[in-house]
Ligand binder design. Structure first.
Ligand code: PAF
Length: 291
């Protein structure tokens, strides 16, 4: 696996692969890779013949009081794992490459509405930063497919919307969340949890499962009021366990708007603080589906 820092070297490698008629897969990451990231790369390998992985901790998607300064970084282990699973090229851009000049004067890519809800409401700058850096990376790599984790359900929905609106010729592929045996979604931020909190953290997914089972007792959403009661109950159970829930919302898969009476294809999105870690998770629910 080759490592490059400059866009000119990245482009030369991608162009050489294209000359050999290879399709280009791309996995953007912020490093500190775990099994969840490696699954994205494995999928990219199955779907494309030349796979580029980027590692860049993007400052513009962190809020002022968030963990940018302490974000975990494990560059050597990351490069080793990527080489082992057959990534072709590791792109490690520096800040000056991603944001030349004054970072506050950069063009910003903003996806309204879907980017303003849920995590966008709690962390107003977050998705601007994600869509800006991802669109810049897409222009640098110019992949045929790009792979993201479904754990960040809202992020991938926003990126799909951006790709459609800005006519990027890139197929966006989502990969199922990789979990610990207990059901905790793998995340670099799980490293902030104490041992005690790690034992409690899987309750987030368990409570979403319980909500999903309760929803499945009906063939469609009955009323917004019933959903609100269910969301509030889940929040108060999580509070008793030590979480600080930010949102637990039943929404529609297609546009992430809050579910209404009659909707059947749903996803429950959740974000909750546990100690120093902000955990997010989700579960898709299809009503009227006997499975
Ligand atoms: O999901 C992430 O790790 C980041 O948001 C991404 C897509 C690499 C952009 O910085």
């Amino acid at each position: 696996m080759n490592k490059v820092q400059r866009v000119s070297s990245l482009r030369a490698a991608v162009q050489a692969a294209r000359k050999d008629k290879k399709t280009i897969g791309f996995v953007p990451t912020m490093g500190n890779l775990h099994e969840g990231h490696l699954e994205l790369v494995r999928l990219a390998k199955r779907r494309a013949e030349f796979v580029v992985v980027s590692i860049y901790v993007n400052p513009t998607q962190f809020g002022k009081n968030e963990d940018l300064a302490n974000y975990p970084s494990t560059p050597e282990e990351d490069a080793r794992s990527l080489a082992e699973i057959g990534a072709d090229l590791l792109f490690l851009p520096e800040q000056e490459t991603m944001y030349p000049g004054d970072i506050d004067e950069q063009t910003v890519v903003y996806v309204p509405k879907i980017g303003d809800m849920y995590c966008g409401k709690d962390r107003p700058e977050h998705f601007y930063g994600v869509t800006t850096v991802v669109s810049r990376l897409f222009n640098m790599v110019q992949p045929d497919i790009a792979v993201f984790g479904n754990k960040d359900y809202q992020q991938i929905a926003i990126i799909r919307r951006m790709v459609e609106d800005l006519a990027y010729p890139i197929q966006i592929v989502g990969v199922d969340t990789v979990r610990s045996e207990e059901g905790l979604a793998l995340s670099s931020r799980n490293g902030y949890l104490t041992e005690k909190q790690l034992a409690v953290a899987p309750s987030l997914q368990q409570s979403l499962r319980a909500m999903s089972d309760a929803l499945k007792l009906k063939s469609a959403v009955v009323s917004k009021k019933a959903l609100k009661e269910m969301e509030d109950d889940t929040k108060s159970q999580l509070r008793k366990l030590g979480f600080k829930p930010q949102y637990i919302t039943v929404c529609r898969q297609r546009d992430l708007k809050p579910a209404k009476k009659g909707d059947t294809k749903l996803v429950i999105l959740a974000a909750a603080q546990l100690g120093k870690a902000r955990l997010i998770d989700n579960i898709e629910v299809e009503l009227g589906d006997p499975s």
